[in-house]
Design a protein around this ligand. Structure first.
Ligand code: ADP
Length: 488
């Protein structure tokens, strides 16, 4: 195998610490760092959002250059910025597109991210960095694979670059009207099911899947699941029958420097595997800070986007003629949730917080320091997802000695091992059926372990989870293998 130094550009619309809405940001904040440790010149490019300005680097000193991007009949300017205080990262600035409160969810998202994709390719002519690999992430970056393969690669300058398209969540596909063809300067011929048409819409996800040289996704189980009707989000036949040969699942890790209960500045009391008894201090301090009753009962934590994907419908199913959530609250437990998302679920948690005062807390906001406090303070971390490409919450929880209860799907299946009392192996609890009954049964099982005299088995699960190695080393090695096979 050729061992020459590789160059890789990660294209992402969110990156820790600059902008984050979910796990994608964690991945791009961590993986390039690990690859650099392996001698790969990994760099990152992302949009310059309003929230970045003045927060991470001196705006003016980090200006590199400016250039124009053509989107059909429109011309838009890019101000290019660069910061290498963590990992060499480029920022594409255009206030029309990116000076907004949120990252996504606007009517012109098709144009914003077409601009981003083209802007990234044009950027390469202006910087002294020609990557061997461009790694695109999720639908926002799908068009880049198409533009490179069908247009830019005719230019010798771009012809050798290979693309990887990484699926972090197949459900969000970037489906738009035909106006997307205009901004991408694509003819109507692209509107066919073999290309990027999806039931009459332009699919940015398909542009990434079909035109990339390799597809990766974030766990081995999810790589198989997306080829099935149940999890394929309408793309199962494309993935299972046509593109299967180029799909690979590589499990995400977490950044062990950021997620470290021994050094985490956001939690109340630091601890490690040898001082695990100190973890409880976090629970008591949390109870005091947020008006929960101060006592040593089992605290169930959730940190999550609050969408149907995450399985919150199970909370309001019926079990023993009561709502599952009411049934859970019949146990001597406390319940803390942090998340934002769909109003229906937010309202449900507001209702429960009101109904069970001093026992349920619902923080319906995005707050990273608070998330860390919940990981450290909870005894149980609940993740009943309907599907889960990888899931980082359960990995962070285990790192903090918090025992996960998860539905057995995708990356949750690959990372959580059901506890076996005989062998004392396992890190948490899994249930397979998408049913509130089984979720409740697993919470009850955990509750019984938690309250068993001596709590030995529960302690064992915590140790087992903390000892697991979910750092990025393994994944970085696997990605390097993929890169080398592509540039051979
Ligand atoms: P997804 O990418 O589907 O949102 P993951 O489990 O892969 O789910 O990653 C979610 C990441 O976002 C985790 O790092 C989690 O701690 C964080 N997170 C989710 N919701 C919030 C929130 N409301 N406040 C702070 N962090 C959050």
């Amino acid at each position: 195998m050729n061992n020459r130094p590789l160059k890789c550009l990660f294209v992402s619309t969110e990156v820790v610490p600059y902008a984050k809405t979910g796990g994608l940001a964690d991945v791009i904040g961590a993986l390039p760092k690990k690859l650099r440790e392996r001698g790969i010149d990994a760099r990152v490019v992302m949009p310059y959002y309003q929230r970045i300005k003045g927060k991470f680097f001196e705006h003016d000193e980090h200006f590199v250059t400016s250039y124009d991007v053509y989107l059909g009949w429109r011309v838009q300017g890019v101000g290019l910025y660069f910061d290498d205080s963590i990992v060499p990262t480029y920022f594409l600035k255009n206030d029309t597109y990116f000076s907004r409160d949120e990252l996504y969810g606007y009517q012109d998202d098709y144009e914003r991210f077409a601009f981003f994709c083209k802007g990234v390719l044009e950027m390469l002519r202006h910087i002294d960095f020609m990557p061997d690999i461009i790694q695109c992430n999720d639908w926002q970056t799908g068009p880049l694979c198409l533009l490179l393969k069908d247009m830019y690669s005719r230019d010798m300058f771009f012809s050798k670059i290979k693309t990887i398209y990484t699926i972090h969540n197949l459900k969000y596909q970037g489906l738009f009207g035909r106006e997307a063809l205009d901004v991408l300067e694509l003819s109507n011929e692209y509107m066919s099911p073999e290309r990027i048409e999806y039931h009459g819409a332009v699919s940015y996800m398909k542009a990434g899947l079909i035109y990339s040289d390799k597809i990766t996704t974030v766990s081995p189980t999810y790589a198989e699941e997306i080829k099935t009707y149940e999890y394929g989000c309408g793309l199962d036949r494309l993935l299972g029958e046509k593109l299967y040969y180029k799909i690979e699942g590589i499990l995400n890790g977490i950044d062990y420097n950021i997620y470290n209960p021994q050094t985490d500045p956001h939690i109340y009391t630091n601890y490690n595997i040898d001082t695990l008894e100190m973890k409880k201090e976090n629970k008591f301090a949390f109870q005091r800070a947020y008006g929960l009753e101060e006592k040593d009962c089992m605290m169930i934590g959730v940190v999550s986007r609050i969408t149907d994907q995450k399985g919150f419908d199970l909370m309001k199913q019926q079990v023993y003629e009561a709502w599952v959530m009411d049934k859970i609250m019949e146990l001597d437990v406390q319940f803390v949730i942090l998340g934002t998302g769909e109003k229906e679920y937010e309202d449900m948690f507001r209702y429960f917080a009101n109904k069970y005062k001093k026992r349920v807390c619902a923080f319906l906001t995005f707050n990273e320091p608070l998330a860390q406090k919940i990981y450290a303070s909870s005894d149980i971390f609940l993740m009943p997802s309907l599907f889960e490409p990888c899931g980082l919450g359960q990995l962070i929880a285990m790192r903090y000695g918090t025992v996960p209860i998860v539905r057995k799907t995708g990356g949750l299946k690959d990372t959580v091992i059901h506890y076996n009392q005989e062998s004392k192996e396992g890190t948490g609890f899994e249930f397979e059926d998408c049913s509130g009954y089984w979720m409740y049964k697993k919470i009850e099982e955990a509750y019984n372990y938690y309250n068993t005299e001596g709590q030995e088995a529960f302690r064992q699960m915590q140790y087992n989870g903390m000892k697991k190695g979910f750092s990025w080393d393994d994944a970085a090695r696997k990605y390097e293998k993929v890169y080398r096979a592509l540039v051979r």
